[in-house]
Design a protein around this ligand. Structure first.
Ligand code: ATP
Length: 436
């Protein structure tokens, strides 16, 4: 009787879990994955491994395909080929990973071509093959599309000049790290998600001791959301020219300071001489380079020189550029191509003009360029970018609304260092916020 009761309770629990599972998956996907999805997938992986590696040819026969039988050579397909040894699947947020030991003669690429077969067999959204140790591959399986609704993980420790702006396709966070790539180029057609990405970037930089400058030649429409946190905002080309010349002078004075202190970078200066990092955000770069009259030509030349000089000097001097535009082609002039070469960080959203995608990714990876050209109209915020490992990946920024951007900027307005130049200076900057 006791045993029967136990069976009944067990069956009732299994039935309850099966009934509740779809609802739990919708409302609490992480909990569903931990308690239901992950154990089921582990069973599926173990149950399917032998067959899966057999049909894909990844299992290798222990015996050679020919053998000597008396005086006769016998050829054939060995029975029961041995699958590569599978480690224990480890739980990750929204997925799992498992290490596989390669048979002698196997390389990670052989597994890479069957990533889709693994994903189907295990009912996963995607499986990625990472060959990060000699003799092993790591299979990283994702339970759902991490780009569907990316968010910044709670409790992530903030680091100076590093902004977690979204998620990558492999489930890892997408970070714009100005220490690793000091300058960034962000391109994309209209409504592709550039401003949202900039908003995510500013949201992360706003609480940091960083001076933010905006150049927004759409009349300040986009960057004015953050005006409270900006040390200066240039809404037209004449003001942008003045600001860039001042910031170029600042970069040059930092260079002189480093030289006199005998160091190679601002970060190596003694604490009392150290300078606040500067991030200059340019929205719609094409407007800076357009020429209609002869006077424009001089202004454009000065702007192009200042941007290039800042880009060349800036990394070690903690003066960073984040340049965004819908159309960034070589037709804008030689200055743009020279500038592109200095912008190591690249982000390419959906583009309508092949020249712009080519400008952003063409010099780095043909596959990345093709992936960017496949981004559809519906995939707002999705972009192709490069990780710290130099590999390209698809990624999507978090969705920061204009109201949220304005709120964050106001909250951290006192951190905007006063800019002593010609441009608008936030009125409520107090001593605590002045770093320059
Ligand atoms: N990461 C995202 N997640 C969800 N929706 C997004 C995301 N990024 C952008 N969008 C949607 O796409 C719309 C357009 O985005 P955004 O204004 O950033 O594009 P844009 O490239 O800056 O356009 P424009 O060049 O015309 O200013 C936004 O209003 C938002 O609804």
């Amino acid at each position: 009787m006791g045993l029967q009761m136990l069976w009944l309770v067990l069956l009732a629990s299994v039935a309850a879990v099966l009934i509740a599972a779809p609802g739990l998956r919708r409302t609490r996907p992480n909990a569903w994955w931990c308690f239901i999805g992950y154990p089921l997938t582990v069973v599926r992986i173990w149950a399917s491994w032998r067959r899966l590696t057999g049909t894909t040819g990844l299992a290798v026969p222990r015996r050679p395909a020919r053998a000597l039988l008396g005086a006769v050579i016998v050829k054939g397909v060995a029975l029961r080929p041995v699958p590569p040894r599978l480690g224990a699947p480890r739980l990750r947020q929204g997925g799992l990973e498992v290490t596989v030991r390669l048979h002698p003669g196997q390389v990670p690429d052989e597994f890479g071509q069957f990533a889709l077969a693994f994903a189907h067999a295990w009912r996963m959204h995607a499986v990625r093959v990472v060959g990060d140790g000699r003799g092993f591959v790591r299979l990283v399986a994702l339970a759902w599309d991490p780009l569907a609704a990316p968010h910044v993980p709670r409790g992530a420790r903030p680091q100076l000049l590093r902004a977690v702006v979204g998620r990558r396709e492999d489930g890892a966070v997408w970070a714009i790290d100005l220490h690793i790539a000091p300058h960034w180029l962000i391109v994309g057609a209209t409504r592709s998600g550039k401003s949202t990405l900039i908003a995510a970037l500013v949201k992360q930089l706003a609480p940091q001791p960083v001076a933010l400058f905006g150049i927004d030649l759409k009349g300040g429409m986009e960057l004015s959301l953050f005006e409270a946190r900006l040390s200066a905002l240039a809404p037209d080309r004449a003001t942008a020219r003045r600001l860039l010349l001042e910031l170029m002078a600042e970069a040059e004075s930092r260079m002189a300071l480093c030289r006199s202190a005998g160091v190679r970078a601002v970060k190596d200066l003694p604490a009392k001489l150290r300078k606040v990092p500067i991030v200059i955000i340019v929205d719609e770069v094409a407007e800076l380079f357009l020429m209609a009259t002869r006077d424009d030509k001089t202004e454009v030349a000065e702007i192009a020189t200042a941007l290039l000089r800042i880009a060349q000097l800036g990394g070690a001097l903690d003066v960073h550029l984040v340049i965004a535009g819908q159309r960034v082609g070589s037709d804008l002039g030689a200055g743009v191509t020279a500038l592109r070469a200095q912008l190591a960080g690249r982000v390419c959203h959906r583009v309508t003009d092949p020249g712009t995608a080519e400008m952003a990714l063409g010099d780095l990876s043909k596959e990345a360029l093709e992936a960017a050209q496949r981004i559809t109209l519906a995939e707002q915020g999705v972009a192709v970018t490069f990780g710290d490992d130099g590999q390209w990946t698809r990624a999507r920024s978090i969705h920061v609304t204009p109201e949220e951007a304005r709120r964050v900027a106001l909250k951290h307005a006192r951190l905007a260092p006063a800019w002593p130049g010609l441009l608008s200076v936030p009125t409520d900057a107090d001593d605590e916020g002045v770093y320059l």
